[in-house]
Design a protein around this ligand. Structure first.
Ligand code: KIV
Ligand code: NA
Length: 264
């Protein structure tokens, strides 16, 4: 049976971990299906790993729709989340139109970056049949506001705000949350504060699910690898084995190890 939101909610309730990998094309979608990964993310990280930009800001809706079509054609088993690119959800109307385009291209949910201010957008999306995943913490589309790629939620105030935003978004009808580069204890608090599944990257082992960028998982880093990156091709002789090893380590709890996370 293909993975659905029901599957992910059941896994959270049972305390079982699930895995997500970024995916941008059909043949990797097929290979990932065989690895048993629950979720595929068409990440706007494609602006960096596929297009060679130094941020995700140049990625367009047309790019995201194209790659969502590619992934959907190769997929049969996994739950597909597609990123809403920079400025595609600045108003609720834009958000609904653009999320609709991604759903029609084959996504099962869309992901947008922000916090509590997205509550109205998320409510309207749910009414229209669009599950929303809200990406919190280090939201790369705001790199110019942050002044660099930095861990978020380190102060007690910021951590409390993150928990409050997570609750508000759940109330508003968000389907999933994703935390990027958030101190391990803060990610634990957020995960325990909500009933919806929380996916982490650089957010410690307590999240319900984990996500990695495909290229990080295959050891194809651009410059210095991120703290949470792990090369699963090392010591293995196929991409398929690397994907499977990642999924198994997430499920067993072996990944992420303490050194992949951040302290408060
Ligand atoms: O675009 C992306 O790959 C992402 C993940 C890092 C979560 O948003
Ligand atoms: Na993204």
């Amino acid at each position: 049976m293909p993975v659905s939101l029901t599957t992910l909610r059941d896994l959270k309730q049972r305390g079982e971990k699930f895995a997500m990998i970024t995916c941008y094309d059909a043949i990797f979608a097929q290979a990932m299906n065989q690895s048993g990964v629950e979720c595929l993310l068409i990440g706007d990280s494609l602006g960096m790993v596929l297009q060679g930009h130094d941020s995700t800001l140049p990625v367009s809706m047309a790019d995201m729709v194209y790659h969502t079509h590619c992934v959907a054609r190769g997929n049969s088993q996994s739950f597909i989340v597609a990123d809403m690119p920079f400025m595609s959800y600045a108003t609720v109307n834009d958000a609904l139109k653009n999320a609709g385009d991604l759903m029609q291209a084959g996504a099962h949910a869309v992901k947008l970056e922000g916090g509590g201010w997205l509550a109205d957008t998320v409510t309207q999306m749910a009414r229209c049949g669009i599950p929303a995943c809200v990406h919190m913490g280090l939201t790369p589309q705001s790199v110019n506001v942050f002044g660099g790629y930095k861990v978020q939620g380190r102060s007690a105030e910021a951590a409390a705000k993150m928990v409050e935003d997570a609750r508000r978004l759940e109330q508003a009808g968000a389907a999933l949350l994703l935390l990027e580069c958030v101190p391990t204890p803060v990610a634990k608090q957020v995960t325990e504060a909500v009933g919806i599944p929380v996916i982490g990257i650089g957010a410690g082992p307590h999240c319900d699910g984990q996500v990695l960028v495909l290229h990080d998982l295959l050891g194809m880093y651009q410059g210095k690898p991120a703290r949470f990156a792990k090369n699963y091709l090392q010591g293995r002789d196929s991409v398929k084995d690397a994907l499977t090893a990642y999924v198994q380590e997430v499920k067993s709890g072996a990944y992420p190890a303490p050194e992949h996370g951040f302290s408060q």
